[in-house]
Write a protein that binds this ligand. Structure first.
Ligand SMILES: [Zn+2]
Length: 260
């Protein structure tokens, strides 16, 4: 069977935020959630799912004030250097080895690393996500999409409209709701088995269990829950693990389980 040979979950930083941002109705207690990325070794080379945040918008005082000044979500840089470089180094890879990128959606904590890839490799996204994120007016920014992260003419976009195979063993699945063109990913492993990466369609283990999403744009809570049920069904049919996007326990546990 053809499929993905290696899966390496990355932690590209953290975000401090109230728990209810990740699961509607959860308490206001502050939690520190990991910012996820995933490296997939496919036929044709390494594919990176999601890119973390834009470090300059955190470290430069004026940019931080402009983009993160009065928000309830506060980014945390994990180490002394550029988070993506450090995470790749831990995985024993250089950025030049990444042959393609796919973004689940264009929120600041997922699209902020696209600047590493502009003019270099193809970037997969849903067309509906790009169209929402580049509409005129303040709405995208009010919903956590920072145009500076993704509105770059040097980005080699490859847009999809719905479920699409990105590489042998990697299928993007439209899970619109968290954002209008959010996508999750079904990963078939070459050795059998696989994983379903929900990203922000289902942020936490509890959110998966109780079918409760976090933030939604333009849909009802029930419509957001339907996307979680879709992912649970896809995972159950295949016997794959469903991985939530920002769980403080499940994400590092997966990284540990897949290491070595
Ligand atoms: Zn998001």
């Amino acid at each position: 069977m053809t499929g993905v040979r290696r899966v390496v979950p990355l932690t590209l930083g953290y975000v401090d935020l109230p728990a209810y941002v990740l699961e509607q109705g959860a308490p206001a207690d502050e939690i520190r959630a990991p910012i996820p990325g995933v490296l997939l070794e496919c036929d044709g080379g390494w594919l990176l799912l999601d890119t973390g945040f834009n470090t300059a918008l955190v470290t430069d005082p004026a940019l931080r004030r402009r983009f993160h000044g009065d928000r309830a979500l506060r980014p945390v840089i994990p180490g002394p250097g550029e988070p993506l470089d450090e995470a790749l180094e831990r995985a024993g890879l250089g950025i030049a080895e990444i042959r393609a990128v796919a973004v689940s959606h264009l929120h600041w904590d997922h699209a902020g690393g696209l600047r590493h890839f502009a003019g270099r490799v193809p970037v997969h996204a849903q067309r509906a996500e790009y169209e929402y994120a580049t509409q005129p007016g303040p709405e995208p920014a009010e919903h956590g999409m920072f145009r500076v992260d993704y509105d770059d003419p040097a980005i080699d976009w490859r847009f999809a409209a719905g479920d699409t195979e990105l590489a042998p063993g990697v299928t993007a699945v439209l899970t619109a709701g968290h954002t209008p063109g959010h996508q999750s990913f079904v990963v078939d492993l070459a050795g059998g088995g696989g994983l379903v990466f929900a990203f922000d369609a289902a942020n936490t283990t509890s959110g998966c269990e109780h079918e409760i999403p976090g933030g939604l744009i333009g849909v009802t809570l029930e419509e957001g829950a339907a996307q979680i049920r879709k992912l649970k069904r896809l995972a159950a049919e295949r016997g794959y693990q469903l991985v939530p996007g920002h769980d403080p326990v499940a994400w590092p546990a997966l990284a540990k389980a897949l290491a070595g």
